[in-house]
Design a protein around this ligand. Structure first.
Ligand code: ZN
Length: 284
């Protein structure tokens, strides 16, 4: 009897060791479990609130000449069927050797610092702005399910960054708590995960948890909170309708029918690469 009891205890201890080791191995492999866990998350359907209030008529030229208005490309759709406009010249700023659109520099630094504060791990830029020649070289190297065709990459627009944590690049970015944190909070800083898992048929690109794209607010929060792609998000914006989200109002407008809420203090305009402009305003 005594021997049997001892065996039982030994078996329990062994089973506990096996279970704990398995749990530790799985935990250390975030690239296995994180995509599964995040795909199981239920995201609410996007229901935008329509804004009321008076609007004024503008021409595009008048609006662009107004001192409160900034023209950027933060909502420019770039994919295989929407290449960059001919003659597109990326507006760039350089930081620590990485070139990116000036609008996203401060948000990137804030995201990086917040990720470091939360995880004790610093993230770095692996790939930033690319010339068409650099995109062609990457396409040859990686193939067309991971790399976009020349002229169809957000990297050529200067609006995307591939980020990594030390010893954790590519899909292994998710092994690092910093990689998982970037995936969790990038929306708060104006970035989206441009190539989410399960949406490969919509984006045409494999799951890339390391590729972040700047779209600004409130768009990034809305896209990330509702688990959307940029393609799906732009599709939900009915042309000519003004929506309200917190302190922002925004609309997707035809360039020949521009109506903007009266009394705005700040206005961002971005072409969507589909013939329309997304106009985002703030007050006060
Ligand atoms: Zn990328």
């Amino acid at each position: 009897m005594k021997i049997k009891k001892r065996y039982r205890i030994l078996l329990i201890i062994l089973a506990a060791i096996v279970l704990l080791t398995a749990a530790a191995v799985v935990y250390l492999h975030g690239e296995w479990w994180y995509p599964v866990v995040s795909a199981m998350r239920i995201t609410p359907e996007l229901k935008l609130e329509i804004a009321d209030g008076a609007t004024e008529d503008w021409t595009l030229d008048e609006l662009l000449a107004d001192g409160r208005v900034t023209l950027s490309n933060n909502l420019l759709l770039v994919n295989a069927s929407h290449p960059l406009p001919k003659g597109y010249e990326a507006t760039l700023v350089e930081y620590n050797g990485a070139k990116m659109h000036p609008l996203m520099l401060d948000p990137y630094i804030s995201l990086r610092d917040d990720v470091q504060a939360k995880t004790d791990v610093r993230i770095y830029v692996a790939s930033d702005y690319r010339t068409p020649e650099e995109q062609a070289a990457i396409l040859t190297q990686e193939g067309n399910t991971t790399a976009a065709q020349v002229g169809c990459s957000e990297h050529e627009a200067g609006l995307a960054l591939d980020v990594y944590a030390p010893y954790c690049g590519g899909i292994n970015f998710l092994r690092s708590p910093a990689g998982r944190m970037v995936n969790e909070i990038c929306g708060e800083y104006g970035f989206i995960l441009r190539y989410p898992k399960g949406k490969e048929d919509l984006t045409g690109i494999d799951y890339e948890p390391w590729h972040i794209r700047y779209v600004g607010q409130p768009h990034a929060k809305l896209i990330m909170e509702h688990g959307l792609t940029l393609e799906e998000y732009l599709d939900t914006l009915e042309v000519g309708t003004w929506y309200v989200c917190g302190e922002y109002r925004f609309a997707r407008l035809s360039p020949d029918a521009i109506k903007v809420p009266e009394g705005f203090t700040q206005c961002d305009i971005s072409p969507d690469n589909m013939g329309y402009y997304v106009v985002t305003v703030r007050f006060g």
